[in-house]
Design a protein. Sequence first.
Length: 421
Amino acid sequence: MSTTCRDQLSQFDPEVFSALVGEERRQAAGIEMIPSENYTYPEVLACLGSVFTNKYCEGYPGRRYYGGQDFTDAIERLAVERARQVFHAEHANVQPLSGSPMNQAAYFAFLAPGDTVLAMDLSHGGHLTHGAPVSHMGRVFNFVRYKTEPDRQGAIDFDALLAMARDIRPRLLLCGHSSYPRDLDYQAFKRVADEVGALTMADISHIGGLVAAGVLGNPCDAGFDIVTTTTHKSLRGPRGGLILTRAAHAKPIDAAVFPGLQGGPHMNVIAGTAITLKKAAEPEFRTYAEQVLRNARILAEDLIADGVHLVTGGTDNHLLVIDTIMSFGIDGRIAEETLDRVGITTNKQIIPDDPRPPMRPSGLRLGTPACTTRGMGDAEMHRLAAWIGDALRHPNDEGRLTRIAGDVRRLCETFPVPGLA
C-alpha cells in the first residue's frame, strides 16, 4: 500500500487503519509457525493493491465478456505459461479464487453427484475439502477415506489401499494433505488408480512451493490427471489457486471454473501469481525451499530429543504435528494459546483417530515456511524448539512465559518481515 493510500485510509477510517497497523506489528513481533501461512513478496503486495483490482475479466484471454482486456489478457497468459513451466504441466488454470473452489471445480469437471472418491481421512492429515462430512462436497459426492499407519510413522499401506479401491471402484483417487508430515509416493498412487480405472488427483496446496522448487516429488511428472495447489503457502504468493492438468482435460477444467463455479477472476491476484511463479523459477527459491525442509527437520529432531512425541515420528516436509496430550498433558487449544502468549503462532490440530473434539484436539501443528522466509535458519530452529518445549511444559508459569516472549521479540527484531521493513 502506497504512502498516499495509507494516509487516506488513516484519515477516513482510523478504526480499520488501527487494525491494519496492529496486524503489521503482530506479524513483525512474533514468529509465524502455522504451516499454511507465509509472507508474500513486496512485488506481490504491490499488485494486490493495484488498478488490476478494478477490472472485470469474465472468460479467458481472447474470449472475454467485457472489453478493455489488452493488459489483463497479457497478465493471465503470462501466469498460465509460467505455471506450466514451473510445474511441468500441459495445461494450467490460474483463475480459482482460493483452495476450496479450486478443488470443487476439479471435482465438478469430472464427477457426477454420487460418484465415489477415495481420499485421505481428515484426522490422518487430509483436508476439509477432501470430503469431510461437514463440507458440501461431502454431501454431493461419496467420499471413502483411507488412513495412514501411525505405528509405522504414518506410512500408507498401498496394498490395503489397492484392496479398498478394488472394492469400491472409485471414479477418482485423491492424495494430498493438510497435516501429514510425510512425503507422498505418487507413482504408487498412480499404480492403484490405473488398476481400477480411476482418475488421479493430487492436492499439493501445502507443498506447492516445495514441488515447484524441485525439492519434493512432482505429481505432474508422475502423470497425474489433475494437480491443484494454492498459491500462498510454501509458494509465497497471493491467496489464490491453480489447477494443473493434462492437455486432454483442459476444456472440462476451464468450463468447471468459469462459468461453472465462478464469475470474474481477481486479476490483481493473478498478477501477483504471475510474479510468484517467476520467483519460483529462480535458483534462490530452490535454496529457500531446501532451507524450509532443513529447518523442519532440525525442529523435529530437537523436539524429539527433548522427549516430545511427534505424530509420524518426524517429518519429510515443511510441517510437524505434536501430540500435546502425550507430550505435555495439555490439549491442543491450551498449547496454541500458550504459544500465542509468547509470540509463537501455531494451530491446534486433530491427530489420527483423535478421540477429542476439533476445538479441543490432542495435537498442535507447526511449520517452517514463514520463519524461513524471514531468514531464520539452523540456529534459530534450535532456539525455537527449546522455547516451545519450555513454554508447553509450564503453561501457567507467567514469569517463564514473559521471559520467553521477550526472547522471541528480540529474535524477531533481527529478522524483518518482507514488505514491512
